[in-house]
Design a protein around this ligand. Structure first.
Ligand code: FAQ
Length: 345
């Protein structure tokens, strides 16, 4: 093993002689600079590990809480085709949560601990899922705008310096791309339908546009973590860069949908080569992430209920795993937490 490689992996148990820390850190920094992936058994700074746990956990929680607003419409989808598509989408979101919880577990945190932190408000989930889904058109607006924003944010995460997160993102982005298209197609059908259907689509876009822009996080000059996360190549672009990219993509798409975006200041800026846009209500964003959004309480209480109702499945899976281990001596981890993912609004 080359000396550099040895220094990347020698600290699996975390016991690095103090004198060696600087060498390990230099090897870690060189790997990040060379765009190599950091893997679970590699040495990494404690702050890198805790930043990843914070971001990936928040991402995982967003995926499973994000099932609720759309699951609200499964039983009322207007056709069998729409119902099948929506069920598949909501199941995909559960899958994304599972890949992401697995990615956090590689950093030495148990899923139980992560879920406990979600349920007790010690870890966040995306602000966007604290808004209600009032009409069927909201399912289209979520697909087009929320999944669209998620893709814009997550495609660069496929190149995140932490291997398990980057690899999970590849599949997540492929599925999000399908989600975005089904939302666009749903809105297009409504927009081309009766005047009432067009109005319903417009109303949904009016309500989801600004919260979607908030998904990218606070403005760069207020983003506590961006600079360090970009230096570590966890994030590849700043919050404002990605928000601008998303706006530039959405404006022509809104035109094709024959829908307007609720911002009178939106106009092409030739000099910048981007669309200018109006002020975002950051006071609203701060209130929502503090827990005072329209649906925060409902989302968390539904999540806790689903978790409690899934307790018997976790117990059964753990008992099965223990029995199986006894019989074969093999290490079989229970993956019992899938059963309680589908909280409904
Ligand atoms: N909501 O310093 P920054 C989806 C917090 S998945 C709530 O800029 P950072 C798929 C932030 O945590 C959507 N909190 O933070 C889907 C920090 O607080 P802390 C989720 C937010 O990490 C579709 C503080 O503000 N996607 O939609 C938000 O560098 C449909 C300061 O912020 C991801 O999680 C927010 N919007 O950048 C599912 C993607 N923004 O932790 C179902 C991965 C910021 O110090 C249906 N995450 N905060 O207490 C990221 O890319 C980043 O974490 C950002 C924030 C960009 C979200």
């Amino acid at each position: 093993m080359a000396p550099a490689a040895a220094h990347r992996t020698a600290s699996v148990d975390g016991a690095v002689p103090e004198a060696d820390t600087a060498v390990y850190e230099a090897v870690f920094n060189a790997a990040v600079a060379a765009d190599e992936r950091i893997e679970p058994r590699d040495w990494m700074p404690d702050a890198y590990r805790s930043t990843l746990v914070r971001q990936i956990a928040q991402h995982a929680h967003s995926e499973i809480i994000g099932m609720q607003p759309e699951a609200n419409w499964i039983s009322r989808a207007p056709s069998l085709r729409r119902k099948a598509i929506l069920m598949a989408k909501v199941q995909d979101e559960a899958g994304h949560g599972l890949y992401l919880y697995s990615a956090v577990e590689t950093l030495g945190v148990s899923r139980e601990e992560l879920l406990d932190k979600l349920h007790t408000g010690r870890q966040k989930y995306s602000s966007i899922f604290n808004y209600p889904t009032l009409t069927w058109a909201d399912v289209g607006a979520i697909g087009w705008l929320v999944d669209g924003a998620a893709i814009t944010n997550q495609v660069p995460l496929c190149r995140c310096s932490y291997g398990p997160y980057a690899r999970a993102m590849v599949r997540v982005c492929k599925e999000e791309s399908f989600h975005q298209r089904q939302g666009y197609e749903l809105l297009l059908a409504l927009s081309q339908g009766t005047p009432e259907q067009h109005a319903m689509a417009q109303d949904a876009v009016d309500r989801w546009w600004w919260p979607s822009l908030m998904m990218f996080g606070p403005p760069d000059d207020e983003s506590a973590h961006s600079a360090q996360s970009m230096a570590w190549k966890i994030k590849r672009h700043s919050n404002d860069e990605l928000r601008q990219r998303f706006i530039d993509i959405c404006v022509p798409q809104a035109k094709s949908l024959n829908l307007t975006l609720p911002d009178p200041d939106l106009r092409w800026n030739e000099e910048r080569g981007h669309y200018d846009f109006g002020p975002i209500d950051w006071a609203e964003f701060r209130e929502v992430i503090k827990g005072n959004g329209p649906c925060n309480e409902q989302r968390i209480s539904q999540r806790r209920k689903a978790h409690d109702e899934g307790a018997w499945v976790r117990e059964a899976a753990a008992a099965y795993a223990a029995k199986h281990n006894g019989a074969t001596g093999a290490a079989v981890e229970p993956s019992a937490d899938t059963a309680d993912m589908n909280g409904k609004a």
